[in-house]
Every structure is written in C-alpha cells, then in structure tokens.
Write a protein that binds this ligand. Structure first.
Ligand code: FAD
Length: 341
C-alpha cells in the first residue's frame, strides 16, 4: 500500500478533517482522548481543516461539550442505550457509518485496549491501513496531506514513520501520555451533531448483562500522582513504603522494568518504552537510575521528584526536585509529613 509515489496518489479531496475517537467508560472519558484532541488540533490547523471528535456511549452528551472545551470544532455524538458499554461490533458499526458519512482524512484512537480493538475492527472494513501504537504524529501540508505516523520499531531501537499513500482515511492508534491536551477552555464554541437511529437490531449481536470490574484494575496512565520504584527498592517488600506514600497522596504506585522483570510487581505498573507512558501532575522516581528507556515514559510529567542514594544518577537530570539519600529513610519521612498536613 505504501510504495507508490505522490504522483500516483488518487484524488482524495472528498476526505477532509481530522477525527479523534473519545474513549469513555461509564460516562468518564479517558485522558488519551483529550490528549489526541490536543495533537489533532495541531494537525488540523496545519491542514486547515476542522477537528472532529467522535463520542459514542449512553448519557454522554456532557463529553461532547467537553470535547469542544478541549479543542474540537465539531462533535459527532452517537448516544443510545445500546451503546452504553463498549462492544466491538456495535461501536465499530457506528464508527464506520460516521466515517463513511463524514469522510475525515485522518482518524486517531488511543492505543488502549478499547482503542486498539475498535480501530482494528474499523480498518478491516475499510480499504485502508492502520498504524498502531504511534508516539509521534505529524502531517505533510497540502497537496500530499500525508499523516506521518511514527512508532518505535525493531525492538524499539529505531523510529519508523509509516505512510498510507493510497487510501483514506489514514488511521492510527497513539499511546496515552505522549501528547499534551489543550487547557480546558469553557469559552470554546463548537457544533454537536447527533447521530440518530444508529444501530439495527442485528448489528448488536451480543448484550452485556453484567459488568464485573477486576479488583486489581490499574489505570496508571490516568493517575495524577505516581510514586514509582525501581531496582533500588530491593524487593517486593520495598514497595510497601511507596504504597503508603501513594495512599497518603491519593496516587498510584509505578515501577521500572528492572523491578517488574524481577517479579516484584506486575507489568501493568511499568512505566517506560515497553510499559506505559505517563504525564501525571506529580511523579516520584525512587531508587530508579534514569535509563533512557525509562525516562521516555515519564519525562513529560509536570513535577518530577527523584530520590536516589547516588548523587550522579542520570535521573537527577530530569528531576525538578532531587533528594540524595536512602529511600527507606526519606520516603517514610515524606509520608509522615503528608499525613501531618
Ligand atoms: P537500576 O538502573 O539498577 O537503578 C537502581 C537505582 O537505585 C540506582 O540509581 C541506585 O543508586 C538506586 N538505589 C539503590 N539503593 C537505593 C536506596 N536504598 N535508596 C535510594 N536509591 C537507591 N526500563 C524501564 O523502566 N521501563 C521500560 O519500559 C523499559 N523498556 C526497555 C526496553 C528495551 C528495549 C531495553 C533494552 C531496556 C528497557 N528498560 C526499561 C530497561 C532500562 O534500560 C533499565 O535497565 C531500567 O530502567 C533500570 O531500572 P532501575 O532504574 O530500576 O534500575
């Protein structure tokens, strides 16, 4: 699909606009939707087209408003009882109808479980490709208007930029935490378009009878505060003082790959190139040296506090605040100070 020259490109002028899928659960949006609107705004401005948000669910009108506050010019809202919980078939059928009608030139999804599932299901019904798990998104201006979707390749040793020259829309999933949301601005104005009679009975296929939330469900990408431990915590027990600090601050515990690979904590806690990309308001790196594969996953955090016994640890280059010393003395002292407040 991607080997032809620009000269061979078909006329895609009917396809205009950048569309972002706003993922939600129980009426609560995942941050990645707002982050993709932030990046989508840049792409749409460069292409001089509108930024369109796609909101699917039940009782989610408020998210259509929010999408405008986060930068969308227009929101396509599919709000129906049958769309309350995510299921591949109904959501992909609705999204397909919207894409076929609106004809955006670019469609972006968060690279979450739901986003990956939905984007893949849509792509199988369209004669187009899908670039998965992007960490950079840019566009070539008119006339090529190509989406430059980049992602790590070859065991994360190099970046590959993947183009979809022959088909529209150009579709990509992108990692949470990589792009920055625009500041929420309630003075922003936009249009909300409701999609009526979205589904036929035979398109529903399966119904959700009950939703059972996994007890240990962790959503570290949406955490505002992350207290993260590495090899320096010395073992599974070493995460206890970090958990206490996280509890005192209302945050979550993260981990470096060294700690995860050692089996001290599960992979869903891992931050970094092969883990999650996070950008919380406050991030503690505790007993973590600051390898590049780790820092790519956390360097965009608003405030970074590093605690390390080695004053030369590379993590201090990324930290706004650095504390040199033994984490087993420093972390309980911070926890106590937070509790005393
Ligand atoms: P170390 O580098 O061993 O650092 C431990 C730190 O703890 C040291 O700086 C030490 O001074 C400090 N310390 C020790 N005791 C104490 C104490 N009592 N008090 C205070 N400080 C103390 N890594 C990731 O984290 N995430 C990834 O997603 C990831 N993906 C990777 C992908 C690839 C392809 C590769 C090749 C590597 C990847 N890595 C990843 C691994 C990465 O290169 C590092 O090996 C890893 O991040 C190191 O983890 P660490 O900082 O916890 O351990």
């Amino acid at each position: 699909k991607n080997q032809n020259n620009n000269a061979d490109m078909p006329d895609w002028s009917a396809y205009r606009g950048v569309m972002v899928f706003i993922e939600q659960r129980g009426g609560q949006a995942k941050k990645v939707g707002w982050q993709l609107l932030g990046q989508g705004r840049k792409l749409a401005d460069k292409l001089e087209v509108e930024l369109i948000a796609l909101v699917i669910g039940y009782g989610v009108e408020h998210l259509a408003e929010e999408a405008i506050y986060y930068g969308a010019d227009r929101v396509i809202l599919a709000d129906a009882k049958e769309l309350k919980d995510y299921r591949t078939r109904p959501y992909s059928r609705v999204a397909l109808k919207v894409i076929e009608e609106v004809k955006p030139e670019i469609v972006l999804f968060g690279a979450t479980g739901t986003g990956r599932d939905l984007a893949g299901a849509i792509a199988t019904h369209l004669p187009t490709g899908l670039t998965a798990d992007c960490t950079q998104l840019d566009v070539e201006p008119h006339p090529s208007r190509l989406l430059l979707a980049s992602r790590p390749a070859f065991s994360e040793k190099m970046m590959a930029t993947i183009l979809c020259k022959q088909y529209r829309p150009q579709m990509a999933t992108a990692r949470a935490g990589v792009f920055e949301a625009l500041p929420r601005d309630i003075s922003r104005k936009g249009e909300i378009v409701q999609v009526e009679n979205v589904l036929k009975e035979e398109e529903i296929a399966a119904r959700v009878l009950e939703f059972i939330e996994a007890n240990n469900k962790l959503n570290i990408e949406d955490a505002e505060i992350i207290v993260e431990g590495g090899w320096g915590v010395g073992g599974p027990e070493g995460f206890k003082p970090l958990q206490e600090l996280a509890d005192a601050l209302g945050g979550m515990v993260g981990a470096s790959r060294a700690a995860v690979d050692a089996g001290w904590i599960s992979h869903d806690h891992q931050v970094g190139q092969t883990g999650h990309t996070v950008r919380p308001k406050l991030y503690f790196a505790i007993g973590i040296s600051g390898a590049v594969q780790h820092t790519v996953g956390m360097q965009n955090s608003d405030v970074i506090v590093a605690i390390n016994s080695d004053p030369n640890a590379p993590i201090f280059k990324f930290a706004h605040y650095g504390i040199v010393g033994d984490l087993f003395k420093i972390v309980p002292a911070i926890t106590q100070a937070v509790k005393n407040k």
